[in-house]
Design a protein around this ligand. Structure first.
Ligand SMILES: Nc1ncnc2c1ncn2[C@@H]1O[C@H](COP(=O)(O)OP(=O)(O)OP(=O)(O)O)[C@@H](O)[C@H]1O
Length: 256
């Protein structure tokens, strides 16, 4: 097992997320207290905890949707409040069933990942279109591009949301229970795909899951850290010498 201090010294492994003494409550309900944790570049972190333990709340804090009442969060070495480069982070929230009448097509949902926080409407460039085709190809859903998102199965919708999160070629992917509610075979191929992205494409992962067998099979039997009801299982991907970046969408597609 590679020592994390050695990883940091290697230079190409920056700190992607740092939680320092984070506490959060909803009204008088304390959800978490004094949580500290670091995610290094190319870690795969499995976040485990019982229902209501605060996993989703923690992810929402990292992507700026909730603010910690105490402590601090930094992203890519910057305090979260000053962090602007949201394209570096792909976030797939917990699965929600789409109304079959929801009017967007799969391609439109994937493209909406490009709009960023402030640019809801803008003209699509040729490059935008080509990135969306790459993202659809990487998730093997090109043939679904013109379908309504609401008409897809749960597993297909999960692929669409992952394609949407990948379109900006993020360094960090945050997935909230991506495997829940989909059939075992699709779960396995989905998990296989994200492991591949971790091992071969330098992506850092933070994933909430209730599937202990899958988590342990990849991340080991014991959590690296525990804080309150939250457990963090961690695996680092790689050999130290390889610090090159890749264009994930292109290379995933090429590998087919
Ligand atoms: N907007 C909100 N207002 C008040 N309480 C909330 C809100 N969102 C979540 N909570 C409460 O915070 C606690 C943690 O919720 P959270 O969704 O983070 O848990 P979780 O670990 O993701 O659970 P699960 O495994 O069930 O998805 C729960 O008790 C929940 O009821």
């Amino acid at each position: 097992m590679i020592n994390r201090d050695t990883i940091q010294q290697a230079g190409c492994h920056q700190e992607i997320v740092k939680l320092d003494g984070v506490s959060f409550s909803f009204d008088s309900q304390v959800i978490m207290s004094d949580v500290s944790f670091k995610i290094m570049e190319r870690d795969f972190v499995g976040l485990i905890g019982s229902n209501g333990a605060g996993k989703t709340t923690l992810l929402r804090m990292i992507v700026g949707l909730n603010r910690p009442q105490k402590g601090s969060i930094s992203l890519f070495g910057k305090p979260a409040a000053q962090f602007k480069d949201w394209n570096q982070i792909g976030y797939v929230p917990q699965r929600n069933h789409f109304n079959p009448l929801f009017p967007a097509t799969v391609r439109e949902v994937v493209l909406s990942g490009l709009y960023g926080r402030n640019k809801m409407f803008r003209r699509l460039s040729k490059e935008d279109v080509s990135r969306s085709e790459d993202a659809l190809g990487a998730l093997k859903i090109q043939d679904l591009g013109d379908k309504r998102i609401g008409a897809l199965s749960g597993g297909q919708q999960q692929r669409v949301f992952l394609a949407r999160a990948l379109i900006n070629n993020p360094k960090l992917l945050i997935l909230d229970e991506p495997l829940s509610g989909i059939d075992v075979e699709t779960q396995q191929s989905f998990f296989h795909m994200i492991k591949h992205m971790h091992q071969r494409h330098n992506i850092t992962f933070l994933m909430v899951s209730h599937d202990m067998d899958m988590v342990r099979s990849y991340l080991g039997q014991e959590p690296k850290e525990q804080s309150g009801k939250l457990s963090f299982y961690v695996r680092h991907s790689h050999d130290l010498e390889d610090c090159d970046g890749t264009d994930l969408l292109h290379s995933l597609r090429k590998e087919g």
